[in-house]
Design a protein around this ligand. Sequence first.
Ligand code: 13P
Length: 260
Amino acid sequence: MRKPLIAANWKMNKTIGEALTFAGTFGQKLFERFEGGHIPVDVLICPPFLGIPALCAVFAGKPVYIGAQNMYWEDKGAFTGEVSAPMLKHTGCSFVIVGHSERRQLFGETDEHVAKKARAALDHGLKPVICVGETLEQREQGNTHKVVSEQIRAAFSQIKPEEVPSVVVAYEPVWAIGTGKEAKPEDAADVIRGIRETVDTMLGQGVSEELRVLYGGSVKPANIRSFMLEEQIDGALVGGASLDPEDFFKLVETAHKTKG
Ligand code: 13P
């Protein structure tokens, strides 16, 4: 059984003070709702780097995971402006997003970079959230499965079958990100089925049964249920709607009710 995961990608939003305000409101709602501390859904918040220590401190010992939105694959050295996996791990991170389409498009991140980052994350006990997804042009040309499969093949090229339960994939069609135009749940499920097939072909039949695959792209309280009803979809990676503590709580609550 794959545990649902609802993940917030705050992108370049919130000062440390704003992150703490969010944490106060969200934490109160979450812990009141799930008294006793057991939450049947994994909850992950990925703030900008600066917010990580504050959120790790607030949620220490609580079932809310903190992650980064990016990292570099080397441990240390002359890489100005970069942050490494051991640094994130020692600060209290459990997850790290790698290969988000904004990093691929705006910062020149390649499939090879994504593979190295995923490998380095696993080497240091961080769970990589590997993002894949096609552009509108690629979709219109009928290349969605091909593009996503190539991204998966590259990202998993250095991953061993026994590591798959520690890996998360986020299928985020680029055209659905921040546009308010979400994918059809059945279309997302179809692409995710293809992702599992690719992983099974590479690493062994049945390996992907333990791979958590999220959908991302304009997920909000009003539409999350339709995604969570799909057996293939294990959760969501959420941008805009994760910035509001009430909305993010609703996403966790709906995921729990739908999958529970
Ligand atoms: P939105 O939820 O704002 O569309 O962003 C999705 C995303 O890119 C999450 O990583």
